[in-house]
Design a binder for this molecule. Structure first.
Ligand SMILES: [Zn+2]
Length: 176
């Protein structure tokens, strides 16, 4: 975290020379798990995910900081949002990878959404989830209304054990 603070300060100091309007902008941190950073135009704020900082090397985090600053600059100079031509040009100018998505690791989610099929008695993984949701009882897979009530959350670690044959199906804790 300390290294990240230093990186932010030095990037900010450097960018202020060419883009003095950035003095109105703030840089903060948030607890997002799925994205690295965000640029909030309405509040002139750049926010970097703490989990991104924890899970990636400093050079990747620096790239994220520059990526978000490029959004701030593209908006201030050209009112451009997103990863358009102006954003790409600015990203190159300030030394950010001019790509919409960076090459970084995200924390894996603790839960797996699964379909526990009553017909075949199999467990089918659907996707990773960061939290459980009681509404799952009312959901079904698209175009398959018969799966209503058969969708559950399962700990990723339990699913791995089950796949390896180390945990019996009837001992799995399926959560709804
Ligand atoms: Zn972006």
């Amino acid at each position: 975290m300390e290294n990240t603070q230093k990186a932010i300060s030095s990037i900010y100091a450097r960018l202020l020379i060419d883009y003095p309007f950035l003095s109105e902008w703030k840089v903060g941190f948030d607890n997002a798990k799925r994205r690295a950073g965000i640029c909030r135009i309405s509040s002139k704020e750049i926010s970097i995910s703490r989990s991104h900082i924890k899970n990636n090397p400093l050079e990747i985090i620096e790239d994220t900081i520059l990526h978000e600053f490029a959004h701030a600059i593209a908006y201030e100079l050209f009112a451009e949002t997103g990863h358009g031509i102006k954003w790409k040009q600015i990203a190159r100018d300030i030394g950010a990878t001019p790509k919409a998505k960076g090459q970084f690791k995200v924390e894996s989610a603790p839960w797996l959404l699964v379909h526990s099929c009553s017909e075949t008695s199999n467990i089918f993984p659907i996707g990773e989830r960061f939290r459980t949701n009681k509404k799952i009882r009312n959901y079904f897979l698209i175009g398959r209304p018969e799966t209503k009530g058969e969708l559950f959350f399962l700990k990723q670690s339990d699913y791995q054990q089950y796949k390896l044959g180390l945990l019996d199906k009837n001992r799995l804790q399926l959560v709804q």
